[in-house]
Design a protein around this ligand. Sequence first.
Ligand code: ATP
Length: 238
Amino acid sequence: TLVSTNDLAWAEAQEGCPEGTLVVAEEQTGGKGRLGRSWHSPYGQGLFFSLVLRPLVNPQEVARVTMLAAVAIASAIDKVTGLNAGIKWPNDLLVDGKKVSGILAEMQGEQDRVNFLIMGVGINVNHELNDFPEELQPVATSLKLAGGRQVERVRLLQACLESFEQWYFLWLEQGFAPVLARWKELSVTLNRAVRASTLKKTWEGWAQDVDEDGALLLRLPNGELQRLATGEVSLRVK
Ligand code: ATP
């Protein structure tokens, strides 16, 4: 039981652990989401892990690694369960329109260089509906709820790591284009009306594309193209 796998991975990274160091927990008491939100992580049912990465990239490229992780986890889920997970920009995984996995990247770096990157992943695996707190029940699902059968978590973890490793080295060797192409295929955000917000502002528009930095390109009703480097989208627009 850990407060957060990202926190332990961060401490290990600061002590100089090698790239690829993996932290896994049965339960998190303070599982973290983006923007200070929390990730519900009950004992024994989910998969909660963090990887320490040391890519030689600048901080602007970190969004690419999280998109890469979403692609990798979606294909691992498909491989182990046959379920098609869609990616909601930037990196939530949805099955049947409900959230099954979240990814949280945290970085330590300088202006031009990433020192290390912690890639945290939470997957709802064998949860029953009642295992989620009431407020999450309408928006969350598990692989078991969606696929109708129990999933072996160790096998899923192995598949996630294999898949991540393949995509990670593909990115380092061939650049971001193949990752982005796959991300777009798996996206449930593109080519539809969305509401998108940053910490400061909210827009409604047409999710037209993502650019090579992973930013969302939103076509506004007045015809302008708005670029969002970070933020969140809601698909619940008329
Ligand atoms: P969203 O866009 O779905 O609001 P986010 O991308 O801003 O989420 P994340 O870091 O992915 O944030 O996840 C945190 C949010 O996800 C929480 O605020 C909560 O609404 C929801 N959540 C928390 N735990 C779970 C879980 N186990 N399964 C599904 N959703 C969860």
